[in-house]
Design a protein around this ligand. Structure first.
Ligand SMILES: NC(=O)c1ccc[n+]([C@@H]2O[C@H](COP(=O)([O-])OP(=O)(O)OC[C@H]3O[C@@H](n4cnc5c(N)ncnc54)[C@H](OP(=O)(O)O)[C@@H]3O)[C@@H](O)[C@H]2O)c1
Length: 202
């Protein structure tokens, strides 16, 4: 069943984070939704661990959800490989197969983000999927972007961010760290600039 959003929830102190793993040339998936490249450098990653610990809900695009559902790699079948528990929402226009551990949402992006952030109970909401994140940015709903840069050039695939004709989105660098082969970058979305300007939560 797809449910429509109710009234917006408010009063949450959590942030909206777009958290992803990206190739150096700006792709989050290889052609055919391939993600093997993203798992080539396992090992402890403090930024990832912190986000898992502080996140209360995720909002996943239907395409990312479907990729996870049909994945052979066990670490792709659950959010954060099963290392995370919380409220999982999937945004879709299509009737999904039943899944009692997921709430399927339909409707505008603002309602979906507000519903999911409310369910995070004061913790953060993580966006999963470039399309869902792009819509959220355009609506001014994203507070931070956290990216693990993988040292690989994919040349093709699903772009991290694509918005032809869009305006620049200004970011402020919060941290740059290294975990083994991965470079972790974390940005705050500009308060006054870009499409919508971010929520400006500090
Ligand atoms: N490297 C990483 O860390 C990482 C993280 C996440 C995902 N990925 C990869 O990225 C790819 C998917 O990303 P993506 O950007 O193509 O897609 P996505 O954001 O995961 O999903 C987009 C889909 O969500 C549904 N949707 C989006 N907005 C909606 C709205 N307002 N109302 C209702 N439904 C809505 C639509 O599906 P329907 O119309 O079909 O319902 C849309 O086609 C996959 O290959 C995935 O494995 C990589």
């Amino acid at each position: 069943m797809i449910i429509d959003h109710g009234a917006p929830l408010s009063g949450s102190a959590g942030k909206v984070l777009w958290h992803t793993t990206m190739s150096l040339d700006g792709f989050i998936a290889a052609p055919g939704d391939g993600l093997d490249w993203a798992f080539r450098h396992p090992g402890p990653n403090p930024l990832r661990a912190e986000i898992i610990r502080t996140t209360g809900a995720v909002l996943v695009g239907r395409r990312s959800y479907d990729v996870g559902q049909r994945a052979e790699r066990p670490e792709m079948r659950k959010v954060y490989g099963g290392a995370w528990t919380g409220a999982e929402f999937v945004l879709t226009h299509r009737a999904p197969p039943p899944n009692p551990s997921v709430t399927f949402l339909a409707g505008d992006i603002r309602g979906a983000v507000e519903t999911a952030l409310g369910a995070a109970n004061g913790k953060h909401l993580v966006l999963i999927g470039a399309d869902v994140a792009r819509q959220s940015l355009a609506a001014g709903l994203v507070d931070e972007i956290a990216v693990h840069i993988v040292p690989v050039l994919l040349g093709d695939g699903v772009r991290f961010f694509s918005c032809p004709g869009g305006s620049p989105v200004d970011l402020m660098t919060l941290s740059v760290t290294r975990s083994g082969e991965l470079t972790n970058v974390r940005y705050r979305v500009g308060r006054e600039t870009g499409p919508g300007g971010g929520r400006g939560v500090s």
